[in-house]
Design a protein around this ligand. Structure first.
Ligand SMILES: [Mg+2]
Length: 252
């Protein structure tokens, strides 16, 4: 490998893809997802990347529309709901098979809501998936235990899949779709892309790490232990990633 793994990207931006998670990667983690902001300096760099690189896309657990609200940049793509949605040129598509699960996700979100409320957590119905947010719970460890005992059985009974993220429980249709498969699908649509990098901070980003050429861990005190081990580069938080993105944008 070249001494600087970014060099091939900087030398051939048109043949390179930059794929980025949003929360904890571009936007610092905050108590409530509605309060998240991508800093203006980061948006400015993303605009330059979008003009120069062959593919720039954002891959989020948020809905694709919500991710696009946080990153209002022209000419980029959004994979939302952990890979279950794609937003391209303003057109929103669900992954195959998702639509029939929408009412089941909605009814499960309603069934879990009172359990989450009891422990100070809350449920976000995101259409194709749902998230139970624990960050504002007074005792997140207790909230985690209660959700394992009472919410997870309801999710299982509904036939949905689930996994833990950073202070969230995510439930989704039982389809083989994640950030990794969604990135693979997106790259397959862009045959002129010869290399790709992905930056993320969470367990769900590991799926995308395994399908790109260069995986970048965005670390924090909450980073899952396997994140850095699975990455070629580690940067310290969104501020560290911004420096890396600036280096990519300053390519000749
Ligand atoms: Mg994240």
């Amino acid at each position: 490998m070249a001494s600087n793994p970014l060099a091939p990207f900087r030398e051939d931006p048109a043949g390179s893809a930059i794929l980025l998670d949003v929360d904890g990667t571009l936007a610092p983690i905050v108590d409530h997802p509605d309060l998240s902001v991508v800093p203006p300096a980061t948006l400015e760099v993303i605009e330059r990347l979008a003009q120069r690189y062959g593919l720039v896309a954002f891959v989020s657990g948020r809905t694709a529309v919500d991710a696009a609200r946080l990153v209002p940049v022209i000419g980029v793509r959004f994979i939302g709901n952990h890979g279950f949605e794609l937003l391209e040129d303003g057109v929103l598509q669900h992954a195959p098979g998702v639509d029939e699960w929408l009412p089941i996700v909605a009814s499960t979100a309603r069934a879990i809501a009172p359990i989450a409320a009891e422990v100070g957590a809350w449920v976000e119905d995101k259409g194709a998936t749902l998230s139970v947010h624990l960050r504002e719970a007074p005792d997140p460890v207790y909230a985690h235990e209660v959700l394992v005992m009472r919410a997870v059985p309801l999710i299982n009974a509904a036939g949905l899949g689930w996994r833990w993220g950073r202070m969230t429980l995510e439930a989704h249709p039982p389809l083989a779709r994640d950030k990794g498969t969604a990135v693979q699908h997106l790259l397959a649509q862009h045959p002129t892309i010869l290399r790709s990098l992905y930056a993320g901070d969470d367990e769900t980003d590991l799926d995308a790490f395994s399908v790109v050429d260069l995986a970048i861990a965005v670390t924090s005190g909450e980073a899952p232990p396997d994140l850095v081990a699975a990455a070629a580069i580690a940067v310290a938080g969104p501020a560290g990633l911004l420096k890396l993105l600036e280096a990519l944008a300053d390519s000749e």
